[in-house]
Design a protein around this ligand. Structure first.
Ligand code: NDP
Ligand code: GDR
Length: 346
């Protein structure tokens, strides 16, 4: 019989699921990863980190109440990390109902299961800086008001409040991690950071023409996913459950991200023109690398989001380790290698 701790991670096939699995395995946990059923096993990120064979996979879909209930009953976890979500803000404008079902009600399904099966299970909810919306203050912390605009941010805000409700009403050790953007070479390719590193790398190796972006003046607080999963774990080890911001405290624009990524890939990116006609050009070759396409503008976008990690640093002893420049470099190098080694089978 297993005597150590068991963690159940929903959304284990995603970016954070892979990093958290590796982190918990290194600490001696039995890790059970929840994936939603699809036609093929989607464990490529877990394989990249060398942990695919070390975790148990179970089918869990947050839209199925009975399935959530049975899985938690079977696994008997000490800790649940709820990372599962329709996580793409852009897609939430086209699929607002599905987004709410998974990202908002899905969380209630897990919390109800905890209440019924074992209220001592500790719970981590993956909340988001997107809940702040067009923020008034320069820097956001746990006291800042929420005013989300995107269906994703609104669904996540429901999940945040229901997590607090189960903490206060039913005494569940339920934590809400309000995480600002965190990236890695395992980031999904439709998020702007990975889109930039992967498409510029393909462009470098002659595998595509100029890439297109939307609002390049949007500013985000970008950290490294590997650092942030440690913060999730620290929240669940604390004596008292709470809500914590994890962030770097620094905002960079999409434009700046592209600049640093391009540099790591050997380009000298300069911007020419304005508005929809603005282009990112390689000064050395005069080749157009980036164009603007209004298709990638959002119906409502949050211009700037920066967070203060002061509380997590003081109370949890959490520190981020990787700098912005090193993280962008790691992403660019990984995509450069992938684009170079790509050999089509036919
Ligand atoms: P990903 O998009 O990489 O992963 C999301 C995971 O959720 C995937 O494993 C996905 O499965 C799974 N999933 C989607 N729908 C369901 C469903 N109905 N039932 C069960 N599983 C489902 O996200 P990240 O790893 O980047 O983020 C993890 C969590 O943190 C998410 O909740 C996200 O909203 C939140 N967050 C992320 C931030 C970031 O910057 N990365 C910042 C703040 C919050 P599949 O592989 O099948 O698609
Ligand atoms: P975000 O991340 O919406 O902050 O959500 P994303 O990388 O999608 O966008 C960041 C900013 O870049 C602008 N942008 C573009 N975005 C995309 N995806 N594609 C483009 O071509 C493009 N051009 C400009 C966007 O308008 C936006 O302002 C991420 C997700 O991980 C959420 O799950 C998480 O909760 C938040 O971060 C914090």
């Amino acid at each position: 019989m297993w005597m150590g701790k068991t963690a159940l991670i929903t959304g284990v096939t995603g970016q954070d699921g892979a990093y958290l699995s590796r982190f918990l395995l290194e600490r001696g946990y039995r890790v059970v990863g929840g994936q939603r059923r699809s036609s093929s096993l989607n464990t490529s990120r877990l394989s990249c980190l060398g942990v695919a064979d070390d975790i148990e996979i179970v089918d869990i879909d947050l839209v199925e109440h009975a399935n959530v209930m049975r899985t938690i009953e079977d696994v008997q976890p000490d800790e649940i990390y709820n990372l599962a979500a329709q996580s793409f803000v852009g897609a939430s404008y086209e699929q607002p109902v599905y987004t709410a079902d998974v990202d908002a009600l899905g969380v209630t399904r897990i919390l109800e299961a905890i209440r019924v099966i074992n209220p001592k299970i500790r719970f981590y909810q993956a909340s988001s800086s997107e809940m702040f919306g067009p923020a008034r203050a320069a820097v956001q912390d746990e006291q800042s008001p929420f005013q989300p605009r995107s269906p994703y941010g609104i669904a996540k805000l429901y999940a945040h409040w229901i997590t607090l409700s189960y903490r206060e009403t039913w005494g569940v050790h339920a934590c809400s991690g309000i995480l600002f953007n965190h990236e890695s070479p395992l980031r999904g390719r439709h998020f702007v950071t990975r889109k930039i590193t992967s498409e510029l790398a393909m462009l470098k190796h002659g595998r595509r023409e100029a890439m297109t972006l939307g609002n390049i003046d949007a500013r985000r607080d970008w950290g490294f996913a590997g650092d942030y999963v440690e913060g999730m774990w620290r929240m669940l080890q604390a004596e008292t459950a709470g809500s914590y911001v994890l962030a770097t405290g620094q905002a960079r624009s999409v434009r700046e991200f592209a600049q640093v990524a391009a540099q790591h890939l050997g380009f000298d990116l300069v911007w020419q023109g304005a508005g929809l006609d603005e282009r990112g050009v390689d000064r050395k070759t005069n080749r157009t690398l980036i164009k603007i396409d209004p298709k990638f503008y959002r119906p409502a976008d949050t211009h700037t989001l920066v967070g203060s990690p002061a509380r997590a640093e003081d109370e949890l002893g959490w520190r981020r380790k990787l700098s912005f420049e090193d993280m962008v470099g790691a992403m660019a190098i990984a995509d450069d290698k992938q684009a170079r080694d790509f050999a089509p089978a036919f």
